[in-house]
Design a protein around this ligand. Structure first.
Ligand SMILES: [Zn+2]
Ligand SMILES: [Zn+2]
Length: 334
């Protein structure tokens, strides 16, 4: 095990500017400040948000930056009284909040205007080591290997938060069946809710995978579901799916948009929104989401399907995600 000293270095994949590939570099191992821990990264999930960052659709204010916000590792050094060396932790997208604004003090720290996000404003997990604010780290449930746990930290969490916005809906459409949906379908089956999975038209492999994960029905997004849906969650970055999902809903139902960036939503007739249908987005996570979901996941139990890549192939993992070359989630193993 490498020892963290001022002179030691680590391997990292660095984002420099939109449109240019991640670059493999050697950098000094970061040192934890007061309240932070140094984490030896064992696994880091890849997320579509990483693609939006690389493509410049979501801005990184101060590059260069180490991406990666679904980190599982062990505490290697601690400057925080609450976390001991050796503890296994998860580091999510929400990396820091001011704790005092109107949103933070009303249970909505996910909306904090001063929030800093892991892998965007703070160096993330596509490296051998990272530092994190101990207050925003989660304990990882026992029994989950590192690689299987990593996708729980964003795909799982954003799916869980999206599901909360669906209220008590019993029939839920999942548009885009990737990392988040493959976790959420398992959670819904556990809660005796039915999921209807929509993939790219003709993606029969994706549809078979969705049924394996517990979906009651799977088809292409060009097909209508066999029942009227009580809610829908759009996990794809394609805005044209929003009116498609809206048309599948019963009165009073909600379409939840879970992506951080989407292409424009095409115009649609007011009639399709009428009868108290609703379109809303879900942004980021709160620590409460994390605590609740990480307690729920082992009860289901959620089993994640992962494709693993060594650190130097992080760029390839992202391009495979873009092209839909794997089912489930991709994980970087430094
Ligand atoms: Zn993410
Ligand atoms: Zn705040």
């Amino acid at each position: 095990m490498a020892h963290a000293t001022a002179t030691a270095t680590m391997r990292a994949m660095l984002f420099e500017r939109p449109g240019s590939p991640l670059r493999a570099v050697e950098r000094p191992i970061p040192r934890p400040a007061q309240g932070q821990v140094l984490v030896r990264v064992h696994a880091c999930g890849v997320c579509r948000t990483d693609l939006h960052l690389i493509d410049g659709e979501v801005q990184i204010a101060r590059p260069p930056r180490v991406l990666g916000h679904q980190i599982v590792g062990t505490v290697q050094a601690s400057e925080a009284p609450t976390l001991q060396v050796g503890a296994r932790v998860g580091v999510p997208w929400l990396g820091w909040t001011d704790g005092e604004c109107h949103f933070c003090t009303s249970g909505r720290e996910n909306l904090c205007p001063n929030a800093r996000f892991t892998g965007r404003d703070i160096d993330g997990g596509m490296a051998e080591y990272t530092v994190a604010d101990a207050r925003f780290c989660f304990p990882i449930p026992e029994g989950y290997p590192d690689e299987q746990a990593a996708p729980l930290l964003c795909a799982g969490l954003i799916g869980y938060r999206s599901l909360r916005m669906c209220g008590d809906a019993r029939t839920i459409g999942l548009y885009g069946f990737g990392a988040a949906a493959h976790i959420l379908a398992q959670v819904c089956r556990f809660q005796t809710r039915e999921t209807y999975a929509f993939t790219r038209p003709g993606d029969t492999r994706g549809q078979a995978f969705a049924r394996e994960m517990g979906a009651a029905w799977a088809g292409g997004s060009d097909q209508p579901p066999p029942v009227q849906l009580e809610a829908a969650i759009v996990f794809a970055a394609d805005g044209s799916l929003v009116p498609v999902a809206l048309r599948a809903l019963e009165p009073g139902a909600t379409v939840v948009c879970a992506e951080i960036h989407m292409s424009d939503i095409p115009a649609f007739a007011y009639d399709e929104l009428w009868m108290e249908r609703c379109v809303r987005s879900v942004a980021n996570l709160t620590r409460r989401d994390g605590e609740e979901f990480l307690a729920l996941a082992p009860q289901v139990p959620v089993h994640t399907t992962v494709a693993s890549y060594p650190l130097e192939r992080a760029g390839e993992a992202l391009e495979d995600l873009r092209a839909g070359r794997f089912t489930g989630a991709a994980v970087i193993v430094p």
